[in-house]
Design a protein around this ligand. Structure first.
Ligand code: PLP
Length: 480
């Protein structure tokens, strides 16, 4: 038996690279990363390919491994050179993400040390770090020290945690659902609808509050609806607002909603997954005034703080409510209960063992300080305004409302033929070109193009390039 065990040990020890292998891994990875970063400026933002990464399947998982070089070649061909390149400054579609290099090193260290960040007892430093980042967020949002939060995988999970917390804080029971309306705007992100359903609340009547001309929820009509429902003997309990919306970047009237929520005892959940971090710059802070009136707030560091995907966050003003909705104790966890000086992520979310997300958040902020983040956010706001202004100087373009944050909606009005058809072709032409990537939506039945500025690598010259490409494609479509 011993010899068999030792035999197995020899093989299993391959899981640990020796010094020489380690050096060669670092070398190969450094090469790959540097080449990728150096080429970003000249690589397409979007590549429509037929293969769509199918080459990966040509190299199945097998008993024996292949070299790092062979793996990196597979990645380059099947991932990097396929579809959208979200790391590119030319990514201006949907809500762009981030991907600062500093976070990658944070992840690297988190994975190498494999710190356990679920429970304070096991990973006091890791949990303290995550709570420190959440406290910092609470601070910039204007939440009190009794608030608590969770670093989640993204905004969708964060919305779910917030809505579940609201449900339990309002002590809603299944029998109450059908007489307990939820108030929101048709412009909420679909993850909110999803969260309502997953939280078991699909029987709650949904009151879609009409919007103003800038696609913001109308606070006066919110109050009317709540008062009406109360008169009808219903139990209004939750209002969900956005700052800003995914479609148009609209920020709902937060102070007004906050007041109505307070006077009618509604839980005020604010989805600021996209726009929340703009509070770091003065202009954003002005636009987001009143965000601290919410009871829970969602903010995505993988959007507004330029972190790589997999970084969302939820904060709850009364931290106990978050704890009460998610806390659990099992016999096999009995050693962990003594450590109450810091709340544990496992007690504040559906997760137990999880990725140590704090380090990818902490490291860049420690290395760089807050200043470059503030500057980048203000720059993105101004780039959207610049685009909006420049587009108005170009013949034939119709622009949406002046951007509150960094989303601009626009379309081209062709001299002949339908505008919807034309703009659909326009966006297809831009995708085919691939130098930049923009996406589209439908507003009031009109096919509309969007520009969403949020990649930290997007700068003035990127926006000038978009304007140039738009003109070029419009001219070509007009001629054909
Ligand atoms: C992106 C976004 C979400 C969803 O967040 P994920 O991180 O993609 O899960 C929710 N709400 C808004 C307003 C968003 O922009």
């Amino acid at each position: 038996m011993k010899s068999h065990i030792l035999n197995l040990q020899r093989r299993s020890q391959q899981l640990e690279p020796n010094a020489e292998q380690l050096a060669s891994l670092f070398d190969g990875l450094q090469n790959f990363a540097t080449t990728f970063l150096n080429n970003l400026g000249s690589s397409p933002t979007y590549r429509a390919t037929d293969s769509k990464g199918i080459g990966l399947l040509g190299s199945p998982i097998a008993e024996d491994g292949i070299s790092l070089q062979a793996c990196l070649k597979l990645l380059d061909e099947n991932l990097v050179k396929q579809g959208l390149n979200p790391a590119s400054g030319g990514h201006l579609g949907y809500i762009p993400g981030g991907g600062i290099v500093y976070s990658a090193f944070g992840d690297f260290l988190a994975d190498i040390t494999n710190q356990y960040s679920g429970i304070f007892f096991a990973g006091p430093g890791a949990v303290r770090m995550e709570n420190m980042m959440l406290n910092w967020m609470a601070d910039i949002v204007g939440y009190p020290s009794e608030s608590a939060g969770n670093l989640s995988s993204g905004g969708s999970m964060a919305n779910l945690i917030g809505i579940v917390t609201a449900r339990d804080a309002r002590q809603l029971k299944s029998g109450d659902f059908c007489r307990s309306p939820i108030y929101l705007s048709r412009q909420v992100h679909h993850s909110v609808d999803k969260a309502i359903r997953i939280a078991g609340l699909r029987e709650c009547p949904i009151r879609y509050i009409p919007l103003d001309e800038r696609y913001r929820l109308r606070a006066d009509l919110l109050e009317e609806a709540v008062v009406q429902d109360k008169q009808d003997g219903l139990n209004p309990w939750l209002v969900i607002a956005s700052a800003g919306t995914t479609d148009t970047g609209a920020v709902d009237p937060l102070p007004g909603i906050g007041q109505i929520a307070a006077s009618h005892e509604l839980w005020f959940h604010l989805d600021a997954a996209y726009g929340g971090f703009f509070v770091l710059c003065d202009e954003g802070k002005r636009i987001l005034a009143g965000m601290d009136a919410s009871d829970s707030i969602v903010m995505d560091p993988h959007k507004g703080l330029f972190l790589p995907y997999g970084s969302g966050a939820v904060l709850v003003k009364d931290g106990r409510k978050l704890f009460e909705a998610h806390y659990y104790m099992a016999n096999y966890m009995q050693d962990t209960i003594d450590s109450r000086d810091e709340l544990s992520p496992a007690d504040l979310s559906p997760e137990l063992t999880k990725h140590f997300r704090g380090l990818r958040f902490w490291l860049p902020l420690k290395l760089l300080g807050i200043k470059p983040f503030r500057a980048a956010l203000e720059e993105k706001l101004l780039l959207a305004r610049y685009f909006h202004a420049r587009l108005q100087e170009m013949e034939g373009f119709e622009v949406g409302p002046a951007p509150e944050l960094s989303v601009v909606t626009y379309r081209y009005l062709p001299k002949k033929g339908g505008a919807n058809e034309f703009n659909k072709k326009l966006v297809q032409e831009i995708h085919k070109d691939g130098r930049v990537f923009v996406s589209s939506t439908v507003l009031d039945g009109k096919f509309t193009l969007r520009l969403a500025v949020l990649v930290f690598r997007t700068h003035l010259q990127t926006i000038d390039l978009v304007l140039e490409i738009l003109q070029e494609k419009v001219d070509r479509l007009q001629r054909s």
